[in-house]
Design a protein around this ligand. Structure first.
Ligand code: FE
Length: 207
């Protein structure tokens, strides 16, 4: 049995996939979706996201709102629980899965998530073998990739991370909510890669 808020979210994700070239070009919308049961798990970030979701352009407001509506029945992840990332990050960084482990459907072709960061949060350098696309749903953030200039991205902008390319993010005075797709190596979680914190005056390159 699936959850109505997740069914609506999946429909909206499918529509967004058809409407946004960056998503379509990353991979086709999966054709092998199989429903899986969700065990809800709350996170402090769920409350932060509800209180201040950020401004979205019209074509992405529906997906933003459906991620908000499904947040109460989602299994919020704690990927970095056993790392030294720090209590502030653990308390304020949010992520839950739509398609993939902990989400409402399984697929061998693609995983998808929402990521939320309130204002003034730094997501340190990390990497994973899956290739990744971020599409900013609402708000804005600085995005960094090793070997490339950093950039301030807002609703409708996207960022591609190659397999095992370290990347980092920073929010300033706005929150950010992003729709995240993975393809290829879906079952290896991200790991922190170290390195100096990124900022727009000392961009991108790892030391
Ligand atoms: Fe990533």
């Amino acid at each position: 049995m699936t959850i109505p808020a997740f069914d609506r979210l999946l429909d909206e994700a499918r529509k967004a996939h058809a409407a946004h070239a960056a998503l379509r070009e990353f991979c086709p919308f999966p054709a092998d979706l199989a429903p899986i049961a969700i065990t809800p798990h709350r996170s402090g970030a769920a409350d932060l996201m509800a209180a201040r979701p950020g401004i979205a352009e019209p074509s992405l407001a529906g997906l933003r709102d459906d991620f908000l509506a499904a947040a109460d029945c989602a299994s919020w992840r704690d990927t970095y629980r056993d790392t030294d990332i720090g209590e502030d990050f653990l308390a304020r960084f949010g992520c839950y899965c739509l398609i993939g482990e902990g989400g409402g459907w399984r697929s061998a072709q693609m995983a998808s998530y929402v990521v939320y960061m309130p204002p003034g949060l730094y997501y340190p350098w990390h990497q994973h073998p899956a290739e990744e696309l971020y599409l900013v749903l609402s708000g804005q953030a600085e995005f960094y990739r090793a070997g490339a200039p950093g950039a301030l991205l807002a609703s409708g902008d996207s960022a591609f991370h190659a397999a095992n390319q370290p990347h980092a993010m920073r929010t300033l005075d706005q929150p950010v909510m992003a729709y995240v797709l993975w393809r290829s190596d879906l079952h290896v979680p991200p790991v922190l890669t170290g390195g100096e914190p990124a900022n727009l005056s000392g961009l991108g390159e790892l030391p």
